[in-house]
Design a binder for this molecule. Structure first.
Ligand SMILES: NC(=O)c1ccc[n+]([C@@H]2O[C@H](COP(=O)([O-])OP(=O)(O)OC[C@H]3O[C@@H](n4cnc5c(N)ncnc54)[C@H](O)[C@@H]3O)[C@@H](O)[C@H]2O)c1
Length: 309
């Protein structure tokens, strides 16, 4: 297969590229490197298994590389939920407009398959937990969640209108080596600066589901191989959840520290935070994929990987 990975130099994208290269795909990464790291692709670039097109999807020129691809994995986005409350324009441009531009490039060059990385935040503060894909009303509480939901809608319309096939994956919190954002990275950075105290956003009782990145990639590829509806929407997560304070305990234990916890207070960590999140993954399991790792194990693996990097 000839695969395009937008955002392929980023955290999840670079792990996806590893899997695609191992599977024998020719891979073209399109990434502005705004938060991605070229070093994550170094081995594949040196062995010429991957071509990097260093471009912003909001600019022009990269579209010529889309022609002839079998599938586009579209991961490039601004993944910062917290920041999306402060700069909605940036979020809309980097998530919705970029997605529209990718879809247009596909339509114009006849590329028919798109895999899209969506998010649990499209559900907003769901009253049914674990939350299934069929949950309504979809009422995001962050600009990031709203942007991803808009992208899902656009992708659906393009798939139905222009003979495409689409997969939208609604991720829980994906964690692991090479992650540059999120609670684990945040805690480790703060503890390296001040081992005596750890600031925890909110009351620490926010409880969410986490999944190790390798497991996430395997689930995506399994679903894409085993489904062929015009639009295929799947939750990807683990079957349990863990509180922010419990994550802090694992991080401090792994770092051999006993800091004072200082909570900033309130039930959510930031504007747009969803305090309770767990996804119902029955649809994924019914297809035959059962994640082999839970939230607590995922956190420990991710903490160790981050500390080793
Ligand atoms: N990490 C998670 O827990 C999580 C959860 C739900 C959904 N997602 C989604 O998964 C995808 C990957 O997230 P990640 O955690 O790997 O983030 P990341 O920031 O590590 O990766 C995003 C990549 O996209 C690139 N990029 C951003 N804007 C671009 C633009 N305009 N043009 C070209 N490249 C651009 C960045 O340079 C980066 O390499 C995103 O779509 C994100 O919304 C992530």
């Amino acid at each position: 297969m000839r695969s395009i990975v937008t955002g392929g130099a980023g955290f999840i994208g670079s792990h996806l590229v590893d899997h695609l290269v191992n599977a024998g795909d020719d891979v073209i990464v399109i990434d502005s490197l705004v938060s991605g790291d070229i070093e994550s692709l170094r081995t594949h670039l040196d062995t010429k298994r991957v071509t990097l097109v260093s471009a912003d999807l909001l600019s022009d020129g990269w579209q010529e590389h889309v022609a002839g691809a079998d599938r586009v994995y579209h991961l490039a986005a601004d993944p910062d939920v917290r920041e999306s409350a402060f700069s909605p324009d940036k979020q809309l441009n980097n998530t919705i407009i970029t997605t529209h531009r990718v879809l247009e490039a596909m339509r114009k060059s006849g590329v028919r398959e798109i895999v899209f990385t969506s998010t649990s935040t499209v559900y907003g503060e769901a009253v049914i937990i674990p939350t299934p894909e069929s949950y309504t009303p979809l009422e995001p509480v962050s600009v990031y969640g709203a942007s991803k939901l808009a992208c899902e809608a656009l992708i659906s319309a393009y798939a139905h209108s222009f003979s495409m096939r689409a997969w939208s994956f609604r991720f829980a919190n994906i964690i692991g080596a090479r992650s540059g954002h999120g609670v684990i990275t945040d805690f480790i950075r703060k503890l390296k600066e001040n081992p005596a105290e750890l600031e925890i956003l909110g009351d620490g009782k926010q409880t969410k589901s986490y999944l190790e990145v390798g497991e996430c990639i395997q689930a995506i590829l399994f679903v894409a191989d085993h489904t062929n509806n015009v639009v295929n929407t799947y939750n990807i997560g683990s079957e349990d959840w863990i509180s922010v304070t419990d994550i802090a305990d694992i991080v401090t234990e792994e770092m051999g520290l006993s800091p004072e916890y200082r909570f900033t207070g309130g039930s959510r960590g930031w504007v747009g935070d969803v305090p309770k999140m767990q996804l119902d993954i029955t649809r994924l399991k019914d297809l035959g994929y059962i994640p082999g790792i839970n939230s607590r194990e995922s956190v420990r693996v991710a903490v160790r990987a981050t500390l080793e990097s």
